[in-house]
Design a protein around this ligand. Structure first.
Ligand SMILES: Cc1ncc(COP(=O)(O)O)c(C=O)c1O
Length: 484
């Protein structure tokens, strides 16, 4: 670990977490009492009519009515009008504590004023885009390099998805090798080659509608924490084109929903070195949420390439980038000294626009100045301790743990299902998924917005008062579980 401060005060006891999760996934569901659930759902009818009306109309023009993967759809989506600090307000004026934080980027909190002011200033002077170089591109790249020295060079892009695509392309161009190996269940965006083993380990092309076989034909997955399986892939690939890269979410798939052992990344690094594959850290969530040095600083592991997303522009649009070893990143060279004809082709009209760059630069400096990742991590610790106390008080089988400001509250353990037991997966996926939808709706009825009813991202604005208020509301839901 470097001398920087990190959000994780204590790494979770991974064996204990899995023992709890395995127990949870092997027992019948323990959902909210039916009559209580009706009461919670009643909130939406009585308090959220404008949201209902807007999202009903949207269904006619927008497929499914909502466009964000993380939008909550049960019993119907909520339309948000206002965001400030720790809170969101919906179109009917109801206030919520925001534990979604846009899916992770806003460690400083929602709609943080100092960043907003700089963005407005930039818009007034330069507008959002010119298509030409702006000084803030340089400032941001220099800052990322100072915070993460492994990022010798940095290329800004439009999203995490694009940045993963770019990293894979650079890895293949640089190594001349073919395969890319990911951890089953991990999410690396929705590009053709990465919609593979998505969410549920072992499911390969299960979600690959519209993607030709060839597009993911050189993607492989291995079960979380299975270093033996990773090694088998690496050995086999040596005989058929080699492995260009291994890509990991450093705290484990789905932001640590299946947490990795503390030394996992170090061991993957060693395997990559043994087989001449590049190691790609997907730090779309961990990049700056775990600390200004990212997961690579926290774990003390040097990836060849790092993928950035949401956080690199402080939650403002066009949030993505890839950085790392200069010799690899030079595969992208455009402009001065570039364009040799051998470059890995990437682009984007709106990539590295002045708005995104000033937002990212200001947000990162503010995060460093305020120690936001560590403060958000302390809020995550307080939330997790409080949730554990509620779980203990009611004797619930649920599991809670956190990696700093990434807090997990597993009530149905749907994410623990995998293809090792396809019958169980087929039988239980839907009901376990529905249970977390119900939990999410119940939390929301109490003024708590979570990610998919099972994950919470805390921010610097989550004071002790906010967390204690949230815990009172969680208590209302968790005291309504069947059998109590
Ligand atoms: C770990 C990880 N990688 C990649 C992505 C994709 O990023 P984007 O939504 O910006 O395309 C996400 C998005 O949630 C993510 O969590």
């Amino acid at each position: 670990m470097s001398t920087q401060q990190y959000a994780i005060s204590q790494y979770p006891d991974v064996e204990k977490v899995y023992a709890g999760l395995n127990k949870l996934v092997n027992q019948p569901l323990k959902p909210i009492k039916r009559e209580k659930m009706q009461e919670f759902l009643g909130y939406f009818e009585s308090h959220c009519q404008r949201s209902k009306d807007l999202t009903c109309q949207a269904q006619k023009f927008i497929p499914g009515g909502v466009q964000h993967n993380l939008a909550f759809n049960y019993p119907f989506p909520i339309a948000i009008d206002k965001a400030e600090d720790a809170h969101l307000w919906d179109a009917d004026g109801n206030q919520y504590i925001d534990f979604l934080q846009a899916g992770g980027p806003t460690v400083l909190s929602s709609n943080y004023k100092p960043v907003r002011d700089k963005v407005i200033e930039m818009l007034q002077i330069c507008g959002p885009v010119t298509g030409l170089f702006h000084e803030y591109e340089l400032k941001l790249a220099q800052l990322v390099n100072r915070l993460m020295p492994n990022v010798e060079m940095f290329r800004m892009l439009g999203s995490g998805t694009e940045s993963v695509m770019a990293a894979i392309r650079a890895a293949r161009a640089f190594t001349g090798k073919k395969y890319v190996i990911k951890v089953g269940g991990a999410y690396h965006g929705w590009s053709d080659s990465m919609v593979y083993g998505l969410h549920v380990p072992g499911t390969g092309r299960f979600e690959a509608a519209g993607i030709p076989r060839g597009a993911s034909g050189a993607t492989e997955e291995f079960y979380p924490n299975s270093l033996g399986a990773l090694k088998r892939h690496l050995v086999l690939n040596r005989l058929r084109g080699g492995t260009a890269a291994v890509i990991v979410e450093p705290v484990g798939p789905e932001s640590g929903t299946r947490p990795v052992a503390f030394d996992f990344n170090q061991k993957v690094r060693a395997l990559c070195d043994e087989f001449g594959a590049l190691l790609i850290f997907d730090e779309v969530v961990t990049g700056f949420r775990l600390g200004m040095g990212g997961a690579q600083g926290y774990f003390g592991v040097k990836p060849d390439l790092t993928v950035f997303g949401k956080c690199i522009s402080g939650g403002y649009p066009m949030a993505g980038g890839v950085g790392g070893r200069a010799d690899v990143i030079m595969s992208f060279a455009a402009g001065i000294g570039g364009g040799s004809g051998e470059r890995a082709y990437i682009g984007g009209t709106l990539s590295a626009n002045p708005l995104s760059c000033v937002a990212g630069y200001t947000a990162l400096l503010e995060m460093e100045r305020t120690n936001a990742p560590v403060i958000a991590g302390q809020a995550g610790d307080r939330l997790t301790r409080g949730l554990q106390a509620i779980i203990d008080k009611y004797g619930l089988p649920y599991v809670t743990y956190n990696q700093g400001s990434i807090v997990h509250l597993e009530t149905s353990a749907v994410m623990l299902l995998d293809f090792h037991n396809p019958l169980k997966l087929a039988k239980e996926l839907k009901p376990r998924k529905h249970m977390i939808e119900e939990m999410g709706a119940a939390y929301m009825s109490q003024g708590l917005i979570t990610l998919a009813g099972s994950r919470m991202y805390t921010s610097m604005a989550d004071t002790d008062e906010v967390i204690d208020e949230a815990l009172k509301r969680f208590d209302v839901v968790l005291s309504s579980v069947e059998g109590l």
